[in-house]
Each structure stands twice: as C-alpha cells, then as structure tokens.
Design a protein around this ligand. Sequence first.
Ligand code: UD1
Length: 354
Amino acid sequence: MKILSVVGARPQFVKLAPIHKAAQAAGVEHVIVHTGQHYDPMLSDVFFEDLGIGAPDVHLGVGSGSHGVQTGAMLAALDAVFDEHRPDWVLVYGDTNSTVAAALSAVKMHIPVAHLEAGLRSFNRRMPEEHNRVMTDHAADLLLAPTQVAVDHLNDEGLADRTVLVGDVMTDVLHQVRSEVADTPSILLDELGLATGGFYLATIHRAENTDDADRLTEITAALGRLDKPVVLLAHPRVVAKAAAHGIPLTSGSLLSHTPLAYPDLIAAVLASGGVVTDSGGLQKEAFLLRVPCTTVRSETEWVETVSLGWNVLANNAEEIATAVTRARPADTSDTPYGDGHAAERVVQVLQDGA
Ligand code: UD1
C-alpha cells in the first residue's frame, strides 16, 4: 500500500511526523510532497529535522502569493506528481491552501483522498481556513475526525458515512516531545533573562488579526500593557504586516522573538505563565500541557479547551487583559483529543480501506 501525504505549512509538518512514523512501523510506503507554501527554514526545515521525518520526496517550491495564485500553482504542479506516484491514498492535512489544492487535484484524478483533521468548523466564513476545510471535507472520500464534536459537524453536513473518529495526531507528537524536553529548560529563559512562570508566550499570525492596521495595533498594544513580559514568537506574516503598517512589535511588555523549533516551543509553553494566541495548534498544546490559554479570536474550532476552562476567547484589548490575568482553572482529567495513538489508527483505517 502506498500513501502520498501533501503538506506545505508549519502545522502540517507537525501532523505529518506521527503519520510518517506509523506508516513506517506498519511497513506502508509513504511518499511526502511539500508544496513549498512555507519555505523559511524556521517554519519548515527544522520540523523535518527535529521530528525525524527526513527530507520530502518531492518539493513543489510554490512559495507565497494571493490565495488564488498560490492554490493555483499547487494545483498545476500536483497532477504530474500524483500521476507519477499513483498512490492508494492521497492524505491531506488540516485547513491550509495546500490542503484544498491537494484534495481537489486528487479527486479530479480519481485517486482516493483522505482528510486528516476533518470536521473542524469555526462557522466564520471570513476565514480562509474555513473555506479550505469545508471544501476539502466535501471533496474527500474519507474523513478522519480528531474529536466527537468534529464527527457531529460532519454528520450535520450529511457526511457521516465517510467519517471515522481517529483522535488528534498533534496529541501523539506532543506526548512524545513533552517527555523529551521534560528536563530541558526553555532557551528563552537564559536568552531573555526570564524566570519560569514569569512571562507570557504569544503568537499572532491570522489574516483577520494581522492584515488590518487598527486590529494589529489594538492587539499589540494590549499585549504591551500586560503585567509580565510577553514573548511574541513572530511569524513572517505578522513581521511583514507590522513593518508595512509601522507598528512596533517590541514595546512595553511586548518582546518580539523569531519562531521556535517544535521542541523549543513546547519547552517555552511549559516555562510560561500563560499563552496568548490565535493559532489552533497552540490552543490545544497549552491545554494538553495544562497552561492557561487566551485565544485572540471570537470563536475556536477546539471548543473542548474552552468548555474545560483552560482557554478563554478574548477579542478586544479589555478582554485580553482580563483573560490573561485570570485565576488558574480547575484541573481536569478529560482527554477530548484522544490517547496519543491517533496516527496508528489513521494508517490502519487507510490500510483497511485501500
Ligand atoms: C498558513 C495557513 C494557516 C496556518 C498557518 C500556519 C492558509 C490559508 N493559511 O497561514 O491556516 O495557520 O499557515 O503558520 O493556508 N511567509 C514567509 N515565509 C514563509 C511563509 C510565509 O515570509 O515561509 C510570509 C509571506 O509574506 C506570506 C505570508 O507570510 O505572504 C503568509 O503566508 P501564507 O502561507 O500565505 O499563509 P500563513 O499566514 O502562513
């Protein structure tokens, strides 16, 4: 059996790692195609190296562009790749432009396509990720859902007969990396002279938070007024938009820092006194590490983190200040994201359906 994974953006490399490992363990041929959507070494290469994935088999090198240009370049390049490899399954991950391009290309070539992390919904039609998810779920042959809530969404959309609940593969990686970094202090402590628990860790990169100058000013100003240093791990998008709008990313409590490799990120979350983010993955990682999270959005796909009290949605400066300084939530032993063996289940389901 041959699985061909298409990835392109940072969170997809994290999800790819446990799938690659599980495919190898099951003796399944696994071809990795990197679209090139993310090309900065700190957004791409370090994940392949640190998470033991090895180099991609194919690199399309599409780079950045508007949604249409970027997605179109991927579509144009993928036909030949799928034709050459003729996999039993094309596996697509999450909700990026790389996801929807690969799903569409595979469907048109009559190659079975499975969507990992299917069924997540924000119900916010202004998010590019929401279009990508909905279109990918409705195009794919097999929907691998991370949570019961995701299964319910797919059921509501008439897709129940293609859906399997497998759990969340990011939880698989997190369990492994957490034990690897357990005794390693975060590199941020020495580098920035910070104390454990004495700072907040932030990431802001979504279009709806970065592209409008007033919105980005409100968020950075709110972070700059917090009661502890805030280390912003600045994605290239926020760096570019802040420079274009003339907004400082180091001001008051706010300190800008380059993005971190995955093990360093996990160590930094563990060392922090709280996370402030608009990333989906980081909300969940904070929950799994039991670090309080504040999400700078009006909705989240990972609703379990909110209902269990570990994540609070905060969509303006006042809400951010209140949420970040709230009391630590009550502990929970709930495991809405599975048991850390989702990737093995994914490979088994693909083998059963090949
Ligand atoms: C993409 C995903 C988003 C995901 C995020 C993770 C889509 C629509 N969005 O957003 O869901 O949460 O990845 O990081 O696919 N850039 C660089 N170097 C890079 C990559 C990007 O400088 O290696 C800059 C470019 O200016 C680019 C901008 O960042 O135009 C945005 O990159 P893009 O890949 O379009 O989307 P992300 O914001 O990274």
